[in-house]
Design a protein around this ligand. Structure first.
Ligand SMILES: C[S@@+](CC[C@H](N)C(=O)[O-])C[C@H]1O[C@@H](n2cnc3c(N)ncnc32)[C@H](O)[C@@H]1O
Length: 248
């Protein structure tokens, strides 16, 4: 279990580190120059984007399969993947937040930061997220362990957003992540998952086995690489009992 007391840091932790404060995470900011040339507010954003991209590159070089992208997602993908989520979905779960591009979009859509829980495996990203979003709960752990992790004081989430690179994970891991995620979702709630691939990253037999269905809600070319978003939800209330946690 992750101790929620150690999963938060105070805003003061981030004071004085321009990389960690008030930063935007719009993504694809790998412009070599521009930090000094732009107007003040924008300059900070551009520097933060650049440092996020460098951070991503470093993490990707260290663990390419786990990080599964060489740069943070762009603003267009963040807007798309959060487009169906609003305040009434609180609390909301986010998997694989990286530098927090989707987190920022969720907050921009009116979600109370205190109603967000982020699950991030990479220690560097987790500490960046704690500094950047001090009111958000950040759990440094694998999403594979969601099945046994207590969240939201026992409340169920109204939606989940995933930036995980499911295509580079073994099927067993994907099964564990989906099972654990849906255990924390209310009936009717969906998991929003993006992919760079041509179809849903969860294969049809696995969806069927878990009693889930996937619908593509859109795609964007304003992302590098272009990406699609799928809404994955339970086919009906009934298949809950078919989820592997009940079957094993
Ligand atoms: C493709 S990146 C996406 C990051 C961010 N959502 C974005 O779109 O810019 C995948 C993220 O998932 C994290 N990750 C990979 N495997 C994970 C796991 N098993 N549990 C939690 N996070 C994981 C990586 O560390 C990385 O931050």
């Amino acid at each position: 279990m992750v101790d929620p007391r150690t999963s938060r840091t105070r805003a003061a932790d981030a004071q004085g580190d321009p990389e960690l404060t008030g930063a935007t995470a719009e993504g694809h900011g790998a412009r070599a120059s521009g930090c000094r040339a732009r107007p003040r507010g924008q300059a900070v954003d551009t520097c933060a984007e650049t440092s996020d991209t460098l951070r991503f590159l470093r993490s990707w070089r260290a663990a390419p399969l786990r990080v599964a992208a060489i740069a943070p997602s762009g603003g267009a993908l963040a807007a798309l993947i959060t487009s169906e989520i609003g305040m009434h979905h609180a609390p909301v779960l986010e998997l694989g937040p990286g530098t927090g591009v989707f987190t920022k979009a969720l907050i921009a859509r009116g979600l109370d930061p205190e109603a967000l829980t982020l699950i991030e495996l990479d220690a560097g990203f987790a500490s960046l997220l704690r500094a950047r979003f001090p009111q958000v709960q950040v759990l440094e752990m694998s999403a594979e362990r969601l099945r046994v992790q207590q969240l939201f004081g026992g409340r169920k989430a109204g939606a989940a957003v995933s930036g995980l690179g499911l295509l580079s994970m073994p099927p067993r891991t994907v099964m564990a992540i989906l099972t654990g995620t849906f255990r924390h979702l209310r009936p009717g709630a969906a998991l929003y998952q993006f992919t760079y691939g041509p179809r849903c990253p969860v294969p049809r037999p696995m969806l069927d086995r878990l009693g889930l269905d996937a619908k593509r809600i859109g795609g964007t070319f304003r992302n590098l690489p272009p990406a699609s978003v799928y809404r994955i939800s339970r086919v009906s209330a009934a298949p809950q009992h078919l989820l592997p946690e009940h079957g094993r």
